[in-house]
Ligand binder design. Structure first.
Ligand code: GA4
Length: 333
């Protein structure tokens, strides 16, 4: 028997089966935010998949391209310079380590905190040009997050429309920007052609919503709610992907469900670059089903969850492993 050892850099990174062309999923809903009926389409997509892509979003290509170019430039800089920028704990530059509890992936990243509408002084950007580009990008993501969450409220019959959106874009909300660079890993794939390193292991996002944009290199996979089957998301650099997070699941009493997702590094030649905005509420925000979703007309529907604040959930999340089911301890019997 021939035993192939993993190259040392990959020792702690788990491997996934390389995706095949048939794994591409054609059923991911695309929502035109400017079309009539968009609110209904958003709710339907969140109920069915916890995931959809936004088209006709009105974000100028220049805003996206400028941040992408800055990210490419930063990740191409000498390793010593990137390391000097600081180890992500949780903010700053990170290389293969994700979080504090031993999770590893084939990627490097920048994780930046956002203070209201711009990059926080708590996580200074590596250059002023990257910071300026990130601030413009964050402005655009906040607008999409607001629109999507207003549509969720409208689609579910919750008023005022800003009930959910204000949690994420209001003062003291807890937002993050993550720039991920997944370099190719040709060595592994030449040794084991059917295997690819895990770029970012499977997980759900703890916040209300995340908005992801990537270059044209594939890699993102989502687990279908119906059966948990993993499917590959066809990349679309002109669109934004919306990911429902755990907090939105609880706020809607499970009507909208967070989606497990992961990244597999299967392209032997091209890097994948993704930019992800995470929209979370202020630390003191109570995360419990919205009253209007438990109202009398709903036949005395009970909350499915023990109540918690975002601060409590986040603290627990940062103590967990990436793949844990972080909502499980809060489920009522
Ligand atoms: C997943 C979503 C975001 O990327 C993130 C991640 C965070 C981190 O990278 O530090 C966590 C992960 C994420 C959830 C569980 C904990 C914390 C890594 C990890 C193992 C920035 C976030 O908010 O939660």
């Amino acid at each position: 028997m021939v035993v192939l050892a993993k190259p040392p850099a990959l020792e702690q990174i788990s491997l996934l089966r390389s995706p095949e062309p048939g794994d591409y999923f054609a059923g991911i809903p695309a929502v035109d935010l400017a079309a009539p009926g968009a609110a209904r389409a958003v709710v339907q997509a969140c109920e069915r998949f916890g995931f959809f892509k936004v088209v006709n979003h009105g974000v100028a290509a220049g805003v996206v391209d400028r941040l992408e170019a800055e990210a490419v430039r930063f990740f191409a800089s000498p390793q010593a310079e990137k390391d000097a920028y600081g180890t992500a704990s949780p903010f700053g530059y990170g290389n293969k380590r994700i979080g504090r509890n031993g999770d590893m992936g084939w990627l490097e990243y920048l994780l930046l905190a956002i203070d209201h509408a711009s990059i926080s002084k708590a996580s200074p950007a590596p250059s002023s040009s990257l910071r300026d580009a990130a601030n413009d990008y964050v402005g655009a993501m906040r607008r999409i997050a607001r629109t999507v969450l207003e549509m969720v409220a409208e689609g579910l019959g919750v008023s005022p429309r800003g009930t959910l959106a204000d949690m994420v874009v209001g003062e003291a909300s807890d937002q993050l920007l993550r720039l991920n660079h997944y370099p190719p890993c040709p060595l592994l794939q030449s040794l084991m052609p059917n295997c690819s390193p895990t770029g970012f292991g499977e997980h759900t996002d703890p916040q209300l919503v995340s908005i992801l944009r990537s270059n044209s290199t594939a890699g993102l996979q989502v687990a279908l709610h119906n059966g948990g089957h993993w499917v590959s998301v066809p990349p679309d650099p002109s669109a934004f992907f919306v990911i429902v997070g755990d907090s939105l699941q609880v706020l809607t009493n499970g009507r909208l469900r967070s989606v497990r997702h992961r990244v597999v590094v299967a392209n032997r030649l091209k890097s994948r670059l993704s930019m992800v905005y995470f929209g979370g509420p202020p630390a003191a925000q109570r995360i419990a089903p919205l009253r209007q979703l438990l109202g009398r007309d709903r036949d005395g529907e009970q909350s499915m969850y023990e109540e918690f604040t975002w601060g409590e959930y986040k603290k627990a999340a940062y103590r967990s492993r990436l793949g844990d089911n972080r909502l499980a301890p809060f489920h009522r019997q």
